[in-house]
Design a protein around this ligand. Structure first.
Ligand SMILES: *[C@@H]1O[C@H](CO)[C@@H](O)[C@H](O)[C@H]1NC(C)=O
Ligand SMILES: *[C@@H]1O[C@H](CO)[C@@H](O)[C@H](O)[C@H]1NC(C)=O
Ligand SMILES: *[C@@H]1O[C@H](CO)[C@@H](O)[C@H](O)[C@H]1NC(C)=O
Ligand SMILES: *[C@@H]1O[C@H](CO)[C@@H](O)[C@H](O)[C@H]1NC(C)=O
Ligand SMILES: *[C@@H]1O[C@H](CO)[C@@H](O)[C@H](O)[C@H]1NC(C)=O
Ligand SMILES: *[C@@H]1O[C@H](CO)[C@@H](O)[C@H](O)[C@H]1NC(C)=O
Ligand SMILES: *[C@@H]1O[C@H](CO)[C@@H](O)[C@H](O)[C@H]1NC(C)=O
Ligand SMILES: *[C@@H]1O[C@H](CO)[C@@H](O)[C@H](O)[C@H]1NC(C)=O
Ligand SMILES: *[C@@H]1O[C@H](CO)[C@@H](O)[C@H](O)[C@H]1NC(C)=O
Ligand SMILES: *[C@@H]1O[C@H](CO)[C@@H](O)[C@H](O)[C@H]1NC(C)=O
Ligand SMILES: *[C@@H]1O[C@H](CO)[C@@H](O)[C@H](O)[C@H]1NC(C)=O
Ligand SMILES: *[C@@H]1O[C@H](CO)[C@@H](O)[C@H](O)[C@H]1NC(C)=O
Length: 550
């Protein structure tokens, strides 16, 4: 499929170069895509705050600021998503640096990080946090958080520092801001971490479970004095086990069998996923990110895990939601030219909606300061300027498609398409078709090697749907658009920009983009919509004319 596509491009381009006038081709037609009238069985049901974030522990003060200097840009970006979704995204504060962080109650700054570029150029591998760190939990009104406690560092001093941090953490998260706790990031890599192993090769599932139970009980005991409400069995809950799942070093299913949830304090089963790696040879935008099959293959690992967990004996009472507690495109913080492009934003739409379809019920998109796959850069640094980055627009597209999950919970299905370079999804609300989304993943470069001209413009695919009987009238179209898959700026959703430099991340309607488009449902119940390569369109049957900002 892909090879035929590239060949076709080359042939068309050759014609374009060789001939003076190139005939404008009609849009390519899909065969009729059938859309079920009622919610198909097995449809995915997202949890509230489906589009959520994971913020690198060491970067959290950059993202959130503190009480004297709150990061209002970040808060505006979270509010934009909250307007679509009914709640602001949930924030998991964690990642590799969660397991490096050592609390020191005498430190009068939020954190002191020391980089060892032998281990990572992207984050500090030695990290001390002080009481001011916890102010960052109070700068985003109405936002819920998971706080990541350190399990990795296990010297006696580090274990004491964990317990010392508990009163500060629980005080900061009292009063409705706490979602859940987390203890340890990717413990299945503790024996093999490329930043240095922190457990011996013999460490097994039972050892992990023993440590997890020991320290979650110790944290609870330390919370009872300062925060009795949070230490009640009803409130004291975890995201676990937060495995990377990329090695076979610890089997998540075995940890449950060994009694990880013996105290019934796990609320949500979390797993981590990156579809590939930043430095892996052969990774490309079209072949890896703008490729529906790559998402299907990658998520199959989690679906297998969740199937095995569901098959565990009833006595384990594992009727818990399964989510991705940390995820993004390419591990090792992404690759420039791939993870930071509009193509990566489209990847995010397909990846997240494939998760939603399969009842991976929430996705925390990971980011940190200067990370190449970040949705936004929260502060200016000498590496990256403060700003809204392309992947954020993908997050907006997903939130718009899912709609208000609190007041109108959607059910999501995938509509199979012939090529792996395109995908389509349907959202049902109250048993009726509410929205469709089409993602055209065919690469179209705005600049590099672009041979397209006014006479031979950006190719367009036409998608035709056979709608449920009785569907008629006019539907509204909202597009996720940029000049090409390699664009890193100039991205809009429904004509709005959320860029930092325009209005600090608040929505700004641009007057040089097309919006307010409609399409008419044919007498026979069919609908055709044209989708330019490297773009996505939301088709609204729910009367949502124009969005939320008018
Ligand atoms: C904690 O921080 C204080 C103030 O910076 C410092 O004097 C002290 O040595 C630190 N304690 C440890 C155990 O590192
Ligand atoms: C709060 O943030 C500002 C701006 O980053 C910084 O200058 C200040 O030191 C921070 N305050 C504390 C207590 O960390
Ligand atoms: C980094 O590696 C180099 C070469 O192996 C070594 O000389 C240096 O001490 C290392 N730096 C740190 C901070 O470990
Ligand atoms: C640290 O981990 C090792 C290996 O699992 C264990 O033997 C040791 O007791 C742990 N230390 C503490 C202070 O928990
Ligand atoms: C709270 O949970 C623990 C662990 O399951 C249990 O031992 C304890 O009895 C529970 N307490 C109450 C008050 O239910
Ligand atoms: C898409 O990904 C799949 C799975 O990794 C791979 O087999 C296929 O070749 C990729 N397609 C393209 C166009 O590269
Ligand atoms: C960039 O900023 C960091 C942190 O402030 C500093 O350590 C580093 O030396 C700076 N690099 C350059 C090239 O200025
Ligand atoms: C887009 O540009 C990249 C980088 O130069 C190139 O590898 C790719 O083949 C181009 N794709 C298309 C469809 O022109
Ligand atoms: C664009 O045209 C140049 C020159 O003919 C050719 O080398 C290049 O491969 C073409 N790019 C694409 C994407 O077709
Ligand atoms: C239709 O598809 C063919 C083959 O994939 C491609 O060469 C052509 O550019 C497409 N036409 C349009 C208008 O998208
Ligand atoms: C559209 O308007 C925005 C904001 O004024 C500007 O940054 C951008 O360059 C314009 N785009 C085009 C294609 O003119
Ligand atoms: C449905 O009607 C449209 C025009 O409204 C027409 O183009 C299309 O071919 C018809 N499709 C079928 C399956 O009858």
């Amino acid at each position: 499929m892909a090879r035929a596509y590239s060949l076709a491009i080359l042939l068309s381009a050759a014609t374009a170069c060789g001939a003076a006038a190139v005939p404008i081709q009609p849009p390519n037609q899909s065969s009729l895509i059938s859309v079920s009238a009622a919610t198909p069985s097995g449809a995915g049901v997202p949890l509230e705050a489906f589009v959520s974030y994971s913020i690198e522990f060491s970067s959290f003060p950059d993202f959130a600021g503190n009480l004297t200097s709150p990061n209002t840009f970040s808060n505006n970006l979270l509010n934009n998503l909250g307007k679509f979704a009914g709640t602001k995204p949930y924030i998991r504060v964690g990642g590799n640096t969660q397991d490096y962080a050592i609390f020191n109650s005498s430190l009068d700054v939020a954190s002191v990080g020391i980089f060892n570029t032998n281990l990572s150029s992207d984050y500090p591998t030695t990290l001390t946090i002080g009481p001011p760190y916890f102010e960052s939990y109070q700068t985003w009104p109405g936002t819920k958080f998971t706080h990541g406690f350190n399990l990795g560092r296990n010297s006696t001093a580090a274990r004491q520092a964990l317990i010392d941090s508990v009163p500060y953490a629980c005080k900061a998260l009292e009063g409705g801001t706490l979602l859940h706790w987390e203890l340890g990031n990717e413990p299945d890599l503790y024996k093999t971490s490329s930043q240095g192993p922190v457990r011996p090769p013999t460490w097994n599932e039972q050892d992990y479970v023993d440590e997890w139970l020991h320290w979650t009980r110790a944290i609870k005991a330390a919370m009872e004095g300062p925060c009795p409400n949070l230490a009640s069995n009803k409130s004291y809950k975890y995201y676990a086990p937060s495995f990377a799942g990329t090695s076979n070093s610890l089997d998540p299913v075995v940890t449950w069998e060994e009694g990880l949830d013996a105290d019934k304090d796990i609320a949500v089963i979390t797993s981590h996923n990156y579809i590939n790696g930043a430095a892996v040879p052969g990774v490309t935008l079209q072949g890896t990110l703008m490729n529906h099959t790559a998402n299907v293959v990658s998520i199959a690992k989690q679906l297998n895990e969740s199937r095995l967990l569901a098959a565990l004996p009833n006595s384990l009472d594992l009727d818990l939601p399964f989510i991705l507690g940390e995820t993004n495109s390419l591990y090792n913080e992404g690759r420039p030219g791939l993870s930071n492009t509009f193509g990566a934003a489209l990847w995010g739409v397909d990846f997240n909606l494939w998760c939603a379809t399969n009842s991976i019920r929430r996705v925390h998109m990971h980011q940190g300061t200067n990370y190449r796959y970040q949705s936004w850069q929260p502060i200016d640094t000498n590496i990256t300027s403060k700003g809204t980055k392309a992947p954020y627009y993908g997050n907006i597209g997903v939130a718009a498609f899912l709609g208000d999950i609190v007041s109108s919970p959607p059910s999501i299905v995938n509509l199979p398409l012939p090529s792996e370079l395109e995908s389509a999804y349907a959202a049902y609300v109250n048993g009726k078709l509410a929205r469709l989304m089409v993602v055209n993943l065919m690469e179209y470069n705005a600049t590099d090697g672009n041979n397209y001209t006014d006479d031979y413009p950006r190719p367009v695919e036409r998608y035709s749907f056979q709608l449920p009987p009785g569907t008629k009238g006019t539907v509204h179209l909202q597009r996720l658009m940029a000049n090409g898959s390699d664009a890193i700026t100039g991205i809009t959703y429904d004509g709005f920009s959320y860029n930092y430099e325009l209005d600090n991340g608040l929505p700004v309607l641009l007057h040089n983009t097309t919006r307010g488009e409609t399409a008419k449902v044919g007498e026979n119940g069919t609908l055709s919509v044209d989708v330019p390569r490297s773009s996505a369109v939301l088709i609204r049957f729910d009367g949502g004319a124009a969005g939320y900002y008018e």
